[in-house]
Structure formats: structure tokens, C-alpha cells
Design a protein around this ligand. Structure first.
Ligand code: IPM
Ligand code: MN
Length: 374
């Protein structure tokens, strides 16, 4: 029997509840398809931070680097100032492992209500490839008070490093600034990933940017997009400004196959994507480094007000679990999990409140595990 070791960071808020269901379903798939998972639990999150002061240390990250895939619940807690845990754990891990692809399927399953009138499962089935390490997420910026000041901003990555020395002079009372940065290498690799993915799908890639205004940063993005497109003549393409793409996602979601986007726009448009596929409770994601350690998680947050209530929908996390085991090579088991989610939704008997049901988190997990075991 194949034996996998999977590190799991349940995290904050509803994280532990949804991860428990994800594990349950993967274990059920293991029974059926002949593999066994040894879950290795990591304590990182608000509680651990408040007790020890550790967000996620270099040592923990080094240890995690021994595994191909991490299973993550959710990070964020109202007892800790916004940004500390998100940047210190979630983004730190994405960046440390150079998980440059954030893969977010936008797929409406049958039996799920979409707020878009007249659209069905066959109309909403595309994938967003969100760049996951650069752009305005790179984490350099600062504040400058009236007068003259200097700042040295640095980015150190495996792929490249960059330094910006700033001589600031202002008569404004105070400035806040943040540098958005993309690199040729970082842009190219994620766009290549998108084209390769589309070759296995409907062979269409849509680029999202704001090159009409942020013309330096997204001018480079477009140049790389065009250059990668030229090397994939069988794939058709289009360009979308990010404001317009929010309109097209709602009006004509059937136009899309693979959508590739810089980090920040990808963050925004995938929440919209989640809504058109039925809600945040149904939207999974993978942070992928094709050659390194990847990490799979629901795209929703930690929903602190529902913590411990056994109430929220675990499907996004269970689906992210399917993406994880597919990444490990268990394609058949992954397909069986997605099919089981689909069957649970079609039967429509065991569902959580967000889908107008009355069942609990664990009842939904039990039901999907039962279907997987078939
Ligand atoms: C997401 C989240 C994160 C992001 C936050 C929590 C840092 O919104 O995964 O979409 O902005 O990437
Ligand atoms: Mn987000």
C-alpha cells in the first residue's frame, strides 16, 4: 500500500473543523484506492503565536520542505492585528516555497445555485491561474513624513533579488507607498503554466491586467504574455482589463477557459469567481510550486464567528484535498472525491446553511466520505 505523509496546518477559526472533514474524506479515498496517509500536525496559527511568539519559523519551514504538499485550513484571528498572521504564516509560506501558481478552479457543480440568472454548470467552468509571489504582494513599501527621508527597500528571492534606494522629499504631512513589482522571470513562468494548462483544456487563455493605467508593471506583463502566446500557436488568447473582467465573469462566464492574472487582481477576481460557483464554501485553491512544496487550502478565510459551531461548509476544503491528492499522483481518488461532492450536492439532502440546508460540517464530511467509499 502506498504511504503518504502529509503535513497539516489546521490554523485558526473554523480551520480545525473543515480540515477534520477534509482528512476524513481523503482517508476514505485511501481505503478505497489503496493508500494510507500519515497526517503530521503543525500548530501554527493565532493560538500558537500568542503562546510562543512564533508565526512560522525557518526551522518549521525547513522541515515542511521535506514534503510535496501541505494541507492548510485557514489563517486569521480577531485577537491578533490584521495582517500579522496572514503575512507571517500564509504569505510567508507561499513565498518561502516559491509557490508561484495559485490555482483556483471556478466550476459550478450541478445542483448548486448561482446568482447569475440563466447560467448552468456547463457555462461556469474555468480556472484562474493567479500569480502568487509578486506584484503588490511582494511586501515592500513604507511611510514618509514631511521633509526629506531615505529608504532602502529590498526583495530577496531565490529567483532574483532587487533593491530600491529611495530619496524621498515631500511637503505632504505623510505619505504611504507600496511598490508593486513583477519580474520577467516570475511573470513568464506563471504565464507558461497557464498556457500548458489550457492545452489540456479548451485551449484559450485570457490575460487580466490594468495595462492602460499601470503601464510599467503590466506593460511588462503583456509583453511576456505575447511572447509566451507566440510559442503556443494552437492556443487562442484575449486581454482583459481587470475592471472589465469582473463584468464579463458575471455576464459571459462561458467565454473563459484559463484566466491568468497578477497576484492582487487574482485575489479580487477569485472572490467574485467563488460567488458565481455558488459561494465561498465551495471554492478550493492550490498554491503550487511544480518542482517543490505545494499547499492546498480553501480560498475562504477563518470565519471566526462560526468557530466551533460545526456549522460551516467543508466542501471547499474537501475539494482542496482532492487537488492535493491529485498533485501527489492519486488522480483516480481525486476524481472520486470531486464526483462524491457532486453527488452530495445533487442529492441535496445533507447540506450546510449556506446552501439552505440544516446539516452540520461533520455531517457533510460523513456523507461525502460515505459516497467516496461507495
Ligand atoms: C487569499 C486570501 C489571502 C490573499 C490573504 C489572507 C493574505 O485573501 O488567499 O485569497 O490575499 O492572498
Ligand atoms: Mn483572497
Amino acid at each position: 500500500m502506498t504511504q503518504y505523509k502529509i503535513p497539516v496546518l489546521a490554523g485558526d477559526g473554523i480551520g480545525p473543523e473543515i480540515i477534520a472533514e477534509g482528512r476524513k474524506v481523503i482517508d476514505a479515498a485511501g481505503e478505497k484506492f489503496g493508500f494510507d496517509v500519515d497526517w503530521i500536525e503543525y500548530p501554527h496559527g493565532a493560538e500558537h503565536y500568542m503562546e510562543t511568539g512564533e508565526l512560522i519559523s525557518e526551522d518549521s519551514l525547513k522541515e515542511l520542505s521535506g514534503y510535496p504538499a501541505i494541507y492548510l485550513g485557514s489563517i486569521g484571528d480577531p485577537r491578533v492585528a490584521p495582517g500579522i498572521l496572514e503575512k507571517g504564516i500564509l504569505l510567508a509560506t507561499r513565498f518561502y516555497f516559491d509557490q508561484y501558481v495559485n490555482l483556483r478552479p471556478i466550476k459550478l457543480l450541478e445542483g448548486v445555485w448561482t446568482p447569475i440568472k440563466g447560467k448552468t454548470a456547463k457555462d461556469i467552468d474555468f480556472t484562474v491561474v493567479r500569480e502568487n509571489t509578486e506584484d503588490f504582494y511582494i511586501g515592500i513599501g513604507g511611510r514618509a513624513k514631511k521633509g526629506e527621508s531615505k529608504a532602502l527597500l529590498e526583495v530577496k528571492r531565490e529567483l532574483y533579488s532587487a533593491k530600491f534606494g529611495l530619496d524621498i522629499e515631500t511637503d505632504s504631512e505623510e505619505l504611504g507607498y507600496q511598490i508593486g513589482l513583477i519580474s520577467k522571470e516570475g511573470t513568464r513562468r506563471v504565464i507558461e503554466y497557464a498556457f500548458e494548462l489550457s492545452e489540456k483544456r479548451k485551449k484559450h487563455v485570457s490575460s487580466v491586467d490594468k495595462a492602460n493605467v499601470l503601464s510599467d508593471i503590466y506593460g511588462l506583463w503583456r509583453e511576456e504574455f505575447n511572447s509566451v502566446a507566440a510559442a503556443h500557436p494552437a492556443v487562442s488568447t484575449d486581454f482583459n482589463f481587470v475592471d472589465a473582467v469582473t463584468m464579463w465573469f458575471v455576464k459571459n462566464p462561458e467565454w473563459f477557459d484559463v484566466v491568468v492574472t497578477p497576484n492582487m487582481f487574482g485575489d479580487i477576481i477569485t472572490d467574485l469567481g467563488a460567488m458565481i460557483q455558488g459561494g465561498m464554501g465551495l471554492a478550493p485553491g492550490g498554491n503550487i510550486n511544480p518542482e517543490g512544496t505545494s499547499m492546498f487550502e480553501p480560498i475562504h478565510g477563518s470565519a471566526p464567528k462560526y468557530k466551533g459551531l460545526n456549522k460551516v461548509n467543508p466542501i471547499a476544503t474537501i475539494w482542496a484535498g482532492a487537488m492535493l491528492i491529485e498533485h501527489l499522483g492519486e488522480k483516480e481518488a481525486a476524481d472520486a472525491i470531486v464526483a462524491a461532492i457532486q453527488q452530495n450536492l445533487l442529492e441535496g439532502k445533507v447540506k450546510t446553511y449556506d446552501l439552505s440546508g440544516k446539516s452540520s460540517t461533520s455531517e457533510v464530511g460523513d456523507d461525502i466520505a460515505r459516497i467516496v467509499k461507495g
